[in-house]
Design a protein around this ligand. Sequence first.
Ligand code: M6R
Length: 365
Amino acid sequence: SLEGYDHYMLKEIFEQPEALKNAIRGRLDEENATAIFGGLNLTPQQLRSVNRIILTGCGTSWHSALVGEYLLEEFARIPVEVEYASELRYRNPPLESDTIVFGITQSGETADTLAALREMKRKGHRTLALCNVVGSSIAQNADGGVYLHAGPEIGVASTKAYTSQCIVLALLTLYFGRLRHLSFEAGKQMIEEIKRVPAAVQEALSCDQQVREVAAKYQSATNFLYLGRQYNFPTALEGALKLKEISYIHAEGYPAAEMKHGPIALVDEQTPSVFIIPRGTVYDKVMSNMEEVHARGGPIIAITSHDDNRITEIAEDVIRIPEVPEFLQPIVSVVPLQLLSYHIALARGCDVDKPRNLAKSVTVE
Ligand code: M6R
């Protein structure tokens, strides 16, 4: 039931702190500074010898795969490829035998993801599912996996499943990292940081009222740009997808610095750019990308954890998010973007939970 919320999407956005707690629960091994997974069905020795990981999925799940790539490569030092399941199923990439394949999926029923995993399994690779729906087709087909425990997601736009996928990928990264190069101390620190995420997401949700006002301002725009770098490049893609699917406004997500290779031609007074610019290693770089958009008269909505006067000067709207380490930022910074798409869709009179032309799970090719 809606429990007092107007839509499932809004309810699910607000359920994220709880969903994240559920995804973390029972999975932290503080004594050994690592994570625990019951269903991988592979021994630590087998997992230790993995030397490539393929992450595959569709839509929003493909975005969390991108976050997973940044995480696993940085902290576990394992080479990762991210593949659209619809492409992977018909490709024939050369893969060594010690490659494992993760299918990422909320529903566990996405036809392309299922087919891609089956094809990889047929080739003799271990396949694992990172899935929300217990007993779903993909969960049953995979050799093992991890459940998200996000609870039922009913709104067509994926929200709590996405952030749960990201936190589970962070936990998997901790686990794989601790099998390899990550020290006990570094593992412990990651655990402490991961534990703080649900509260940070709770805090991020307090921007709701402000985001509603921003949405009212831009509800008639016909184009949006979403720009972020590194861990927040996937956030930009995800923000743009959320806006497209439920408010029917064209939006493009880009790595912020790619903008000057083409999309900057779209910038004008009618095209808002959403910058995801929390404090971190690429802050100054994203700032200069933001200056470029400002210089061309594009209105800016900045999502940041930083108290920087320059941002306030050049951005029309500044939405504050709490500070978390970079590897966890995608989970926090996506929250205002989910809310922005929700409020814009609502203001435009769109059917938020059941957008046109879309189904909750895509069980056809
Ligand atoms: O159930 P899945 O995670 O496999 O679904 C994949 C995509 O169809 C899904 O994420 C889709 O992009 C959502 N509507 C995005 O909000």
